[in-house]
Design a protein around this ligand. Structure first.
Ligand code: GLU
Length: 268
């Protein structure tokens, strides 16, 4: 399965919190991250890579000795401030040993909603890519308030994919795609391999994944997919735990759920 790409060149890869830390023990998933950064380093010979990474709040809470996610906004924002630093240190170590320079880019929704901010962000990211740097993007959680939040990083990643006119938006999570129901509950649940239109049935499937680790996850991924498709960017939802997942996507092998924008075809 080979994608006939319209905007060859940039992969926007979103890594969810569950791939960065174990939600139960709060331990960093170093093996998973090692494998993913290794694949990214090799794909980078051919594609420009932009990473959208979650994990700041989780890492920060752990470091502050908070066992549960607090309700207070200020505490979550403080945790993000602590954790963002830890997150970037982690990526720096992982990419340094592969001779890759990374950059931290923190965005806010209102910042890129204005034309000037939008253009500045786009130019900065493009310039980093021209230098061969991997921009690692997160929301600037310290100043975002509920009214002006991206909400979640799936959403943020879809804005970024639109901003850079990505060849593909890859949402890596802990499940290997979108199913007709929660596969951990319903044995008969089937995976959607290719989606050409986000129908009500598709939306209901995402709502029906109650109990799965990625509950809210799938809903926000569908929302993100809608936005990306509207900008003609195909979207892949796949598991970051699957062996060689990024190579498989790069080589057009079967994996995950692929959303195709109108008019875009794949060669079988
Ligand atoms: N910006 C948040 C963090 O780094 C993540 C939000 C999300 O995963 O949707 O912790």
């Amino acid at each position: 399965m080979i994608l006939v790409a319209r905007n060859a060149g940039i992969y926007v890869i979103k890594l969810g919190t569950s791939l960065i830390t174990d939600v139960n023990t709060n331990e960093i998933r170093i093996e998973t991250l090692n494998s993913l950064t290794d694949q990214i380093a090799r794909i980078k010979d051919d594609k420009s890579i932009v990473i959208v990474s979650s994990g700041a709040i989780g890492l920060g809470l752990h470091s502050l000795g908070e066992l549960r996610r607090p309700k207070e906004m200020a505490k979550k924002q403080a945790a993000a401030a602590v954790g963002q630093n830890i997150l970037m240190n982690l990526y720096e170590k992982l990419f340094n040993k592969r001779q890759i320079t990374i950059a931290q880019v923190l965005l806010t929704k209102d910042g890129i909603s204005e034309e000037k901010g939008y253009i500045n962000a786009r130019n900065t990211i493009q310039t980093l890519l021209d230098y061969g740097v991997i921009p690692i993007i997160n929301e600037n959680d310290t100043i975002a308030t509920e009214e002006i939040q991206f909400g979640d990083n799936d959403n943020l990643a879809s804005y970024v994919a639109e901003l850079v006119q990505a060849e593909m938006l890859i949402l890596l999570t802990d499940t290997d795609g979108l199913y007709t129901g929660d596969p951990t509950i319903y044995e008969s649940a089937k995976k959607f391999e290719i989606i050409t239109e986000i129908t009500e049935e598709i939306c209901n499937s995402a709502n029906g994944t109650k109990g799965a680790c990625s509950v809210g996850g799938m809903q926000s991924k569908i929302e993100a997919a809608k936005r990306a498709l509207a900008s003609n960017v195909p979207v892949m939802i796949a598991s970051g735990f699957e062996k060689d997942v990024l190579f498989k996507i790069y080589e057009g092998k079967k994996c995950g759920t692929l959303f195709l924008p109108k008019g875009m075809k794949i060669d079988e």
